[in-house]
Write a protein that binds this ligand. Structure first.
Ligand SMILES: Nc1nc2c(ncn2[C@@H]2O[C@H](COP(=O)(O)OP(=O)(O)OP(=O)(O)O)[C@@H](O)[C@H]2O)c(=O)[nH]1
Ligand SMILES: [Mg+2]
Length: 289
């Protein structure tokens, strides 16, 4: 059979995670309109007759301002070094940005074959990614809309055609490699990103501390970390309304992951400057590599 690792790389906010979810038909990565949403490498597995594609979503490549950002970019760079094929995802509705050039340079520095995927065609239907094509020696250029699920079958076909012969790396029923705790922590963070404006979202990390069955219900205790007292106040909201809203939004999706009713116990804690502290990053699972 054909199988392999296919890295989705690009600058922040171009739609890599939206594309991952659309390609595998499951929500395995969270998405948001804010840049730098994805912080880890996330696998999405697509099983086809005679092929297994392991898509690897990565954090957006950017110039980091803190240690977390540095590790995020490191994760992206490492993922495409490990890949059998790289999909350089760009936003076809916007001009070329520095992050697009950064990715193209990284691509040139490896020998990995790459396809250019020009996303957000629904916003720029006549755009064919002309200005992106010259950034690196792409094997092919494909236009898609991850959001509207346009052009995906063709993309999958082109990917399979370029995969090597290989083993089935993951069981046929697996869609991701992430443990439930991590998926749930990410779902909660997605709701925080949706509800909170300005700079606070980037200062947020979520950790599931405990999951326990109590009868039919799964009790989930999670901590939302922020960097300042003022951010804690914003997240909790007057009389706790904001935090309650976050819980209400997250619960149905958490229940879907667990397959049981869920009780979400959310706490907000301040962990000053956690994005720059190696110890905090380690404990949240952002390791150095
Ligand atoms: N109109 C339109 N919007 C899209 C499309 N794909 C993604 N988006 C939107 O673009 C925004 C960013 O999407 P993400 O999938 O989170 O982007 P990303 O590249 O994973 O971003 P980072 O994780 O920050 O690197 C979200 O608001 C998506 O809904 C598309 O094909 N068309
Ligand atoms: Mg993402």
């Amino acid at each position: 059979m054909k199988s392999g690792f296919v890295a989705l790389v690009g600058r922040p906010n171009v739609g890599k995670s939206t594309l991952l979810n659309a390609l595998v038909g499951h929500k395995v990565a969270i998405t948001s309109e804010k840049p730098q949403t994805t912080r880890r490498r996330i696998l999405g597995i697509l099983n086809l007759p005679g092929a297994q594609i392991i898509f690897v979503d990565t954090p957006g490549v950017h110039r980091p301002h803190h240690l977390l950002g540095k590790r995020m970019v490191g994760t992206a760079v490492r993922a495409f070094r490990e890949a059998d094929l790289v999909l350089h995802v760009v936003d076809g509705s916007r001009p070329v940005r520095e992050g697009d050039r950064q990715v193209a340079q990284l691509l040139q520095a490896t020998d990995r074959p790459a396809l250019l995927v020009v996303n957000k065609q629904d916003l720029a239907p006549r755009q064919t990614g002309e200005e992106f094509r010259g950034l690196a020696p792409y094997r092919e250029v494909l236009a898609v809309s991850a959001l509207r699920e346009v052009g995906l079958e063709r993309l999958v076909g082109r990917v399979v055609a370029r995969l090597p012969e290989g083993p089935r790396y993951y069981p046929e029923d697996a869609v991701t490699d992430q443990p439930a705790e991590l998926v749930i922590a990410e779902l909660i963070r997605e709701k925080v990103l949706g509800v909170i404006r300005q700079e606070v979202p980037h200062a947020v990390a979520v950790e599931v501390e405990e999951m326990a069955s109590r009868g039919r219900v799964t009790h989930v205790r999670a901590v939302i970390y922020v960097e300042k007292e003022s951010q804690k106040g914003i997240l909790i909201g007057r009389g706790g309304t904001r935090l309650k809203e976050i819980g209400t939004l997250a619960r149905p999706e958490v229940e879907e992951v667990l397959g049981t009713p869920a009780y979400l116990e959310l706490w907000v804690k301040v962990r000053g400057d956690w994005r720059n502290r190696p110890g905090s990053l380690e404990s949240l699972g952002f390791r150095e590599h």
